[in-house]
Design a binder for this molecule. Structure first.
Ligand code: SF4
Ligand code: SF4
Ligand code: SF4
Length: 255
C-alpha cells in the first residue's frame, strides 16, 4: 500500500524571498526532504496552486497590509500545521523598521501624492496575527535548522528555538570576540541556533534570530561600557530586526 505524502505549501508575504531561495538551493538536503513530502505550492519554483486543504504551510515574510491579514488567515484555515520561517515571519525582521514612523509618513515617502491608494498597517510577525506552530528564525534561515523543524512538524513533535545566546555557539567555535576588535556585536542577547554563522565568517551578529527571552542586560551593559560603544548604536542595531518585539510586550500587558 502506498502512503500519501504530507502536502506542503510555501507562501510568501512582505520579504526579500531570500529564505525561499535558501530552501530552493538546499541541494542534497532538499532531495532528503522531498522524499518525505509532496510540495503542492511554491511560487519560486513551480506555477501550480495547491489544494484547499494542506498538511503544512511554510510561511515567509511579515504581515504589512490589510490584504496580507486576510490572506494569512485563509492560509491558516487551510493548513493543519503552520511554520513561520525567516526573521520577517518569526519576529517581523527588517520590515519592522516601518514601525519607527507614522504610517502616513511612510506611505507618502514611498508612494508620493497618491499614497492614499495603497493601504498599510503596522508590521507584524505571523504569530502576531494567526497561531504559529513552529518557528525557524534567521535572516536567512539556517538550512540545517529548517530541515530539523520540518521533520519535527511532519512527526508532530515539538521544536524549541534555542533560548541561549549566540555567544555560546561562538565560543564553542573558538572565534575571536568582535568586542575585542572594538566592534559591537548582538550575540550576547540573540538566540542561538545558527552555529554563530556570521561571526564564523568574519562578520558581527546583527540579532536576526531575535532576542533571548531573558537577556542578561546587566552583562551586556558591562561589555558596552567596557568597550566604550555608543548606546544609540547598539539600540539601532538591535531594532533593525527586533522592532516588532514591542507588539508582543504590548499584548502581554493587555493580558
Ligand atoms: S528573513 Fe531575511 S532573507 Fe528571509 S525573507 Fe526576510 S529579509 Fe529575506
Ligand atoms: S559578542 Fe559576538 S563575537 Fe563576541 S562571543 Fe558573543 S557572539 Fe561571539
Ligand atoms: S550570527 Fe546573528 S545575525 Fe548571524 S545568523 Fe546568527 S543570529 Fe543571525
Amino acid at each position: 500500500m502506498t502512503r500519501t505524502k504530507p502536502k506542503v505549501a510555501f507562501f510568501d508575504f512582505a520579504c526579500c524571498e531570500g529564505c525561499q531561495l535558501q530552501v530552493a538551493n538546499m541541494g542534497e538536503l532538499l532531495l532528503d526532504v522531498l522524499g518525505l513530502i509532496e510540495v503542492v505550492e511554491f511560487r519560486e519554483v513551480m506555477s501550480e496552486k495547491g489544494p484547499e486543504k494542506i498538511d503544512v504551510a511554510v510561511v515567509e515574510g511579515s504581515i504589512t497590509d490589510k490584504h496580507a491579514i486576510e490572506r494569512i488567515k485563509k492560509i491558516r484555515d487551510r493548513a493543519k500545521v503552520l511554520i513561520a520561517y525567516g526573521s520577517c515571519a518569526t519576529i517581523g525582521g527588517v520590515n519592522g523598521m516601518k514601525n519607527n514612523f507614522k504610517l502616513d509618513d511612510i506611505r507618502k515617502e514611498v508612494y508620493g501624492d497618491r499614497f492614499n491608494y495603497f493601504d498599510t498597517v503596522e508590521t507584524k510577525a505571523v504569530h502576531q496575527v494567526v497561531k504559529v506552530d513552529y518557528f525557524v528564525n534567521g535572516c536567512p534561515v539556517y538550512i540545517p535548522e529548517f530541515v530539523k523543524v520540518l521533520k519535527a512538524a511532519l512527526q508532530g513533535i515539538p521544536y524549541e528555538v534555542p533560548d541561549h545566546a549566540v555567544c555560546v555557539e561562538c565560543k564553542l567555535n573558538e572565534n575571536v570576540c568582535m568586542y575585542d576588535r572594538g566592534v559591537a556585536c548582538m550575540g550576547p542577547v540573540t538566540r542561538a541556533g545558527c552555529n554563530s554563522w556570521c561571526i564564523n565568517n568574519g562578520n558581527i551578529c546583527y540579532g536576526c534570530r531575535g532576542m533571548v527571552s531573558n537577556p542578561n542586560e546587566n552583562g551586556a551593559m558591562d561589555i558596552i561600557k567596557k568597550y566604550n560603544i555608543p548606546m544609540d548604536m547598539v539600540i539601532n542595531k538591535m531594532n533593525m530586526y527586533n522592532k516588532c518585539r514591542e507588539i508582543d510586550k504590548r499584548e502581554q500587558k493587555k493580558r
